[in-house]
Design a protein around this ligand. Structure first.
Ligand SMILES: Nc1ncnc2c1ncn2[C@@H]1O[C@H](COP(=O)(O)OP(=O)(O)OP(=O)(O)O)[C@@H](O)[C@H]1O
Ligand SMILES: [Mg+2]
Length: 382
């Protein structure tokens, strides 16, 4: 190869590699690979197939074939003949006439006729990611068949090595995006659970209280109904906050202690159990920790009122040299925490743990049947 030719080759490969790395979606990467390969080796046709596990191709992209032609050829090829050979044995095939190869078993109808052929597996370690192949090298005089050269093979090998990297990266990118989406869905589910369904629960209790009071004490019923309206407005705010990922509105407006106190008052009024709130030597906490404390207190409180049949529930927030400790205690029926299935409908305990650990804190659940429940969360402070 002359030095001029080799420089051109390097430039072309470099352009192809840059083009590949500009794309993030697997399909675009594949399309760039075949397009670059066809241009680089000056071939009439290029294709790349990503095998699936069922003897077919998960993806198959072509270059040099019009859409109409592609449609006319019909269904995607299966892994047979020379394609299968490249995939199963990971071998390079450079043939002056593909039709004379012992594995050749004919073209489907409408398939263009091909003569000279070069095929190369795209491998990552032991795994064959794809087969890249080209046919019909363009010749100076179109009637000749010139065929792919050793130099073409060397270029294609470099391209295939980079294609492997581009393909693996694109897959990782797509996978990470899926994971982010799944994570995002879990976050929204937790937020909805922690914020909105709690408010709706309070709302239901208050509405029930109003209903029982309406004949006996219409004035108090009216108060309760006002509370229903206020809770409905708060639920709407919470919902909006979940959607735009904000902190609970009450925290910014009133601070942690006031937000907790009003929560306790609302529930205490609506419920037969007595609900008390105390703070001891509390200093300000970082915003994220305040939010975690509020959410965990709300969930623990609601669990106590919904599940335990307690006559007394207390919420206590105590400052430490650094950070604070939240304790929610009830004298109800208790439960076996290890028997609560992590998956499924019960989100509360899981969510409390997540919230504690997300701010560097720790959650403990002490409970036993007949012994009541103590939920404790320690947060580290600023
Ligand atoms: N203070 C408590 N007293 C008695 N049982 C409790 C208490 N807290 C939780 N439990 C039991 O543990 C289970 C799981 O609680 P968790 O908060 O995870 O889910 P949940 O309250 O059932 O549903 P949600 O997802 O709405 O919170 C409850 O169904 C209940 O049986
Ligand atoms: Mg719960």
């Amino acid at each position: 190869m002359s030095s001029h030719a080799s420089r051109r080759g390097i430039e072309a490969v470099s352009a192809a590699v840059l083009a590949m790395s500009r794309h993030l979606e697997v399909r675009e990467v594949l399309q760039t690979i075949v397009g670059s390969a066809r241009e680089l080796l000056d071939a009439e046709y290029a294709a790349l197939g990503v095998p699936d596990d069922h003897g077919g191709f998960a993806q198959f992209v072509v270059d040099g074939i019009s859409d109409e032609q592609w449609k006319a050829i019909g269904p995607l090829p299966r892994q047979h003949g020379i394609l299968a050979l490249m995939l199963s044995e990971a071998t390079t095939q450079r043939l002056p006439d593909v039709r004379k190869h012992p594995s050749f078993d004919g073209w489907p109808k409408a398939h263009p006729d091909m003569t000279d052929f070069i095929g190369m597996p795209v491998v990552d370690g032991d795994e064959v990611l794809a087969a890249l192949f080209l046919a019909n090298k363009r010749c100076p005089t179109p009637v000749d068949v010139c065929g792919f050269t050793e130099e073409d093979e060397a270029l294609l090998r470099i391209l295939a090595a980079h294609a492997a990297i581009a393909l693996v990266n694109a897959r990782l990118y797509e996978r990470s995006r899926e994971l982010t989406l799944v994570g995002e869905r879990a976050r929204i589910a937790h937020e909805l659970h922690d914020a909105v369904s709690q408010k709706l629960f309070s709302l239901r209790l208050t509405a029930q209280a109003a209903a029982t009071l309406v004949d006996r004490d219409p004035a108090r019923a009216k108060d309760e109904l006002r509370q229903v309206a206020a809770l409905a407005a708060e639920a709407a705010d919470e919902l909006r906050a979940v959607v735009v990922e904000m902190r609970p509105a009450a925290l910014d407006e009133d601070g942690l202690v006031a937000a907790l106190r009003s929560e306790v008052q609302v529930l205490g009024r609506a419920h037969t159990a007595s609900v008390d709130f105390a703070t001891v030597r509390l200093r300000a906490l970082p915003a994220a920790q305040e939010e975690a404390v509020l959410r965990v207190a709300q969930e623990a409180l609601h669990n106590a009122l919904r599940h335990s049949g307690a006559t007394a529930v207390t919420v206590r927030l105590e400052g430490r040299a650094k950070g604070a400790v939240l304790t929610v205690t009830d004298d109800g029926c208790g439960f076996d925490p290890s028997a609560v299935r992590r998956a499924g409908r019960h989100l509360g305990l899981v969510s409390m743990r997540d919230r504690a650990s997300s701010v560097g804190g720790a959650l403990t659940v002490q409970s036993a049947l007949g012994k009541g429940t103590v939920i404790e969360m320690e947060v580290p402070g600023g």
